[in-house]
Design a protein around this ligand. Structure first.
Ligand code: M6R
Length: 627
């Protein structure tokens, strides 16, 4: 949460920082600010609300200068207000911070006892005081930061600007991501490469407890003890257009429409003729990040087979939408590869003292690769002896770099705070993973594998068809706008889809919705049903169909408003539902990819109809880097 940008170089820092912050607004949007050094003086401006408020405030400023920092905030300590917005300035030291300082009270008491004047309610300002105190003593910004680092407990990434040392920026981190962008006579630092790809494609990713000193013509990396570190930069080939709306009203809508392509991209490296190949996983390969793009595919595939043959249990750990995708994988893996699967919410797993038997594979799923609880969970799993595998969208993210093996969603930047294309790419990758496991464990016949591969290859064109039915989903959303209670239900792999549909409605339209296994209906939720309750039933023609139809009859008998989603022109569902939404027929493995799209679009339309901010729903942030 929170986005940070820093710049040193010949361009106008105000422009570079504001451009960068726009790309990072998905990380937090309750206030923003920037600080620029001009002739040895810090120009500091902050505003509450979205970045636009800051932009309006500085539009007539004609600052010069060559160095500055900026921040977009998601509040942790202290309400969203100008006072609490970043940057925080103490004497000549100004800084921006992403994360949480857990020993905040202790630091504050110490500072107050030493006579410090504290101006905000934030933990971040306290760090500025500590750096200012140390700078006063040592007169060197990097040394001052080195002396402050051991005093901080928590998860943080911080960039510091100093009036007395105007040609440098010092950044350091322990937890939330920070990446350095390398330019010619200019250098950058930011929470995410998206902020910088307009300016550079060459990056250095910082590891925890590292300090970086940025000058316009040089970048130096150090350990927390000041020992120099050599690290090769990584070149990305991203086009800046990937982070634009490209004519769509919202990023979320663009991302929903990208899904046929992103699902095809996600699976294509792992399909070879009629077979699935779990290649390029890089299990236990120490140099993986250096030769990922030129990896010896044959050798890697052999290594992956050897490791997966020895696995006796799979754990899947994630948060939010990624957790619901993981729930679907339990059905895939248990049926296809006949391995027991446990699925956990990361924040529960990490604090539960879980039993991780030997020969366990712990797979984490995370779009951002930075979710604090998921990162802590994978650390714990490794400590307990598991082989770890990450499925991330953001390559080189903290979770990706920590894991023993690496799979990717390859969905491209996801900017809408509500996850859509990462979810469908994840399901597609989990299809691939379950098929690969089944093949390796010989629980899947070549004929079955061939049929599933054909189905995976055909799913993008079926997704196009679903998207072309959007007018029906809009009509469904309009019919729902006056309901205040929603139940989403399904059985089997459609149960997690129902949970995901309910989550989308909650986060986008602020409506109370619950996702339930339809078989649980009579164990409580049926009491909620009357004519004010809308029920969305996910009911493809699969092995659960007849039972789901019975549940719909039970809802109907109690006056509930039923929208059902089924396979093709399903007369049985049409007859018993108020509204029926047809989805192209597919098999149980790929149905979830198709059936979630109408739920995404219905939530999108409801949010728009109700006048909410689709891309930046209240109280949320795209990557949850604090627990
Ligand atoms: O980046 P991650 O996949 O680890 O994020 C997990 C959740 O925070 C995320 O899926 C969240 O639930 C989204 N807002 C869902 O739309």
């Amino acid at each position: 949460m929170c986005g940070i940008v820093g710049y040193l170089g010949p361009l106008n820092p105000k422009d570079v920082i504001m451009q960068g912050l726009k790309k990072l607004e998905y990380r937090g949007y309750d206030s923003a600010g920037l600080a620029i050094l001009q002739d040895g003086n810090t120009k500091l401006v902050k505003a509450t609300g979205k970045l636009q408020a800051l932009e309006d405030r500085i539009k007539n400023e004609t600052w010069t200068g060559h160095v500055g920092i900026g921040h977009t905030r998601w509040a942790t300590h202290g309400v969203p207000s100008e006072r609490n917005a970043h940057p925080h300035k103490v004497h000549g030291i100004t800084l921006v911070h992403n994360g949480i300082i857990e020993n905040y009270h202790e630091i504050k008491e110490g500072l107050l006892a030493r006579g410090a004047q504290i101006a905000s309610d934030t933990d971040s300002e306290l760090v500025a005081h500590l750096v200012a105190e140390e700078f006063e003593r040592v007169k060197d910004l990097k040394t001052a930061v080195e002396r402050v680092l051991p005093k901080l407990v928590g998860a943080f990434s911080i960039v510091v600007l100093c009036e007395q040392s105007p040609n440098e920026l010092i950044a350091f981190k322990d937890g939330p991501p920070l990446v350095v962008g390398l330019g010619k006579n200019e250098n950058f630092v930011a929470s995410d490469v998206q902020a910088l790809i307009k300016y550079t494609q060459e990056f250095i990713y910082l590891n925890d407890r590292e300090i970086v000193k940025l000058l316009a013509d040089k970048v130096q990396l150090f350990s927390s003890h000041g020992v120099p570190i050599e690290r090769k930069s990584v070149t990305l080939n991203w086009s800046p257009e990937l982070t634009e709306k490209q004519g769509f009203a919202h990023f979320m809508l663009k991302e929903i429409h990208e899904q046929p392509r992103t699902v095809a991209t996600a699976v294509q490296t792992h399909l070879c003729g009629d077979r699935v190949v779990l290649n390029r996983v890089g299990f236990l390969d120490k140099n993986y990040f250096e030769h990922r793009d030129s990896i010896d595919v044959e050798k890697d595939w052999e290594n992956t087979q050897r490791i997966l043959q020895g696995i006796e249990r799979v754990f899947i750990i994630a948060c939010g939408t990624s957790f619901y995708a993981g729930n679907i994988a339990k059905y895939f893996i248990e049926k296809i590869a006949q391995l027991p699967v446990e699925i956990d919410i990361a924040s529960e797993f990490r604090y539960r003292d879980p039993v991780v038997p030997k020969n366990s594979l712990v797979m984490t799923i995370s779009q951002s690769g930075e979710t604090a609880d998921t990162l802590a969970a994978i650390r714990l799993a490794k400590e307990r002896g598991a082989t770890t595998l990450s499925l991330c969208n953001v390559k080189n993210s903290s979770i990706d770099r920590f894991a023993d093996g690496h799979l990717y969603m390859n969905a491209g930047p996801e900017i809408g705070v509500a996850s859509t294309k990462a979810f469908t790419a994840t399901i597609a990758m989990l299809n691939v993973f379950a098929l690969g496991l089944g093949q390796i464990r010989k629980t899947l016949s070549p004929d079955e594998e061939k049929n599933f591969v054909m189905s995976l290859r055909s799913v993008p064109s079926k997704m196009e068809v679903v998207l072309s039915y959007d007018k029906y989903f809009l009509a469904a959303a309009n019919s729902l706008k006056d309901f205040r209670g929603f139940l989403f239900m399904g059985r089997g792999t459609n149960f997690p889809i129902a949970m995901e549909g309910a989550l989308k409605l909650k986060e986008l339209a602020y409506l109370h919705a619950e996702g339930y296994a339809a078989g649980e209906m009579k164990h409580g939720p049926i009491a909620l049903i009357d004519e004010r309750m809308a029920v969305v039933m996910v009911a493809p023609r699969d092995s659960y169909f007849e039972k789901t139809v019975s549940n719909i009859e039970e809802v109907k008998a109690r006056g509930g408003y039923i929208i059902s989603l089924g396979s093709g022109d399903d007369h049985a569902l049409k007859r018993i539902s108020k509204m029926y939404l047809p989805i192209p027929s597919s098999d149980w493995l790929t149905n979830p990819i198709l059936f979630v799209i109408p739920l995404q679009l219905m939530a999108y339309h409801l949010s728009s109809v109700l006048g909410y901010d689709v891309d930046q729903p209240r109280n949320l942030a795209k990557s949850v880097t604090v627990e």
